[in-house]
Design a protein around this ligand. Structure first.
Ligand SMILES: [Zn+2]
Length: 425
């Protein structure tokens, strides 16, 4: 039995999902069909007036202005602020769809030339997919810039995707260039907050997941009491030969290995309920909601795991010095500040840290903590420091119990920097 459990946990939290699937019900299935039929629709295209057709265009822009450049690429100035000698311009760029990518420009002294890179800037494999933005003049509330398209042939995300595929031949890398539009062999399902795109053959799995997304999202938002809605969120189902599970990153959420999830348990093809019955989604949605906050890796994974398998789909029981996972024997807490890739034991120990935090301080303080974290969005501060400063909570006891050392804060900060722009599984 011990071996089996280890194997299951080694597969990650995805395994939990299979156990949580409910039994099939015809009524539920009918509801699902209705719901899916209602939710399949075309994504609206954001309309910008007066597209510019010249390759190079000079424009004076202020906060709130939008401009459609050649190639259907639109720019919106979402914020403009000046701090001493630094001008911060935050722009969104759109490629025909309704969802922009933030593009900040920091101008320190003399105007410089900036590049607006399309797709994932960390994978800047071809600089031609960009606009050159040359700042000519800055006048407090507005700025004048010369915008030059560097690729004339580019007309859609699919063009970007196709070209990426022609050079890289790797769908898992290239799909990010067409985040909101299916490419060849893919279909899309849309619900109120999510667009789910995946391979045609995984349609039944996608239908199940699309309906689950909204239920799980509502429950998660209620539990963490987050008011702001997440922006329309892209989810990609990616085929995978040797792994399954989920992750959240700069390009939305990805769910791996639908064929494994389908074949593993036939009920996953059609089973549905009208409530959140999927711990994988519960876990990933916490990541989606908490992105950008100063949660270093163990606290981030711990929080997502705490919500998904302690609170929402309870199968992990935290004890004073360890935890019980399903019917397994008790496992002692893992050391949390180890660095490197987190193991399942650290996910579970991190979850128990939060479990104890809630038990010791109460749910209301937990909610305050979530609020403090959300307000500190983008700050470089360790999770424990932030909570300690904002709420005066002492972690002396927790330090020894959960294996924090005197170097913990430093390690956490390093871990946080290391994971800031990475996919969180
Ligand atoms: Zn996670």
């Amino acid at each position: 039995m011990r071996q089996t459990i280890l194997l299951i946990t080694a597969l990650g939290l995805t395994a939990v999902f299979f156990f949580m699937l409910g039994s099939q019900s015809n009524v539920a299935e009918e509801n699902l069909q209705t719901k899916v039929a209602e939710t399949i629709e075309t994504i609206p295209t954001k309309e910008f007036p007066n597209p510019v057709t010249d390759k190079t265009h000079t424009a004076t822009l202020t906060e709130g202005d939008t401009l459609t450049l050649s190639n259907n690429i639109s720019i919106e100035v979402v914020s403009l602020s000046q701090e001493s000698d630094t001008l911060n311009i935050e722009m969104l760029h759109y490629i025909t769809d309704d969802n922009g990518t933030t593009f900040p420009i920091n101008v320190e002294d003399s105007p410089k030339t900036h590049k607006l890179t399309l797709g994932d800037s960390s994978k800047n494999w071809n600089e031609d997919y960009a606009y050159k933005i040359k700042l000519k003049e800055i006048n407090g509330e507005s700025f004048t810039a010369e915008l030059t398209a560097l690729s004339e042939w580019l007309n859609s995300p699919k063009d970007l995707y196709d070209d990426c595929m022609s050079s890289k031949d790797d769908h898992d890398t290239c799909y990010i260039y067409s985040l909101y539009e299916p490419v060849q062999g893919e279909i899309q399902l849309q619900s109120e907050h999510f667009i789910v795109i995946g391979p045609e053959y995984s349609q039944s799995y996608m239908e199940f997941m699309s309906s689950q997304f909204e239920y799980c999202y509502t429950d998660m938002m209620d539990y963490l009491q987050i008011d702001e809605e997440i922006p329309f969120f892209p989810v990609r189902i990616l085929p995978s030969d040797n792994s399954s599970g989920g992750a959240v990153g700069d390009n939305g959420m990805k769910l791996l290995g639908p064929e494994r999830m389908l074949s593993r348990d036939n009920s996953s093809k059609t089973a549905s309920t009208n409530f959140c019955d999927n711990s994988l989604l519960s876990h990933e949605l916490v990541h989606a909601a908490m992105r950008g906050t100063p949660l270093s890796s163990v606290f981030n994974e711990g929080l997502a795991t705490y919500y998904s398998v302690v609170v929402k789909h309870p199968i992990l029981i935290c004890k004073a010095d360890g935890y019980i996972y399903r019917d397994n024997e008790k496992v002692e807490f893992a050391v949390l500040n180890k660095g490197g890739r987190l193991q399942t034991e650290q996910y579970h120990t991190g979850a128990c840290f939060w479990d104890e935090y809630v038990k010791d301080n109460g749910y209301n303080v937990f909610l305050e903590t979530i609020q403090v974290l959300k307000e500190a969005d983008g700050q470089q501060i360790s999770t424990l420091d932030l909570i300690n400063e904002a709420l005066g909570i002492d972690f002396t006891e927790a330090r020894s119990k959960y294996g924090f050392t005197s170097n913990s804060e430093k390690n956490f900060q390093q871990a946080q920097k290391a994971t800031a722009n990475k996919w969180l599984e």
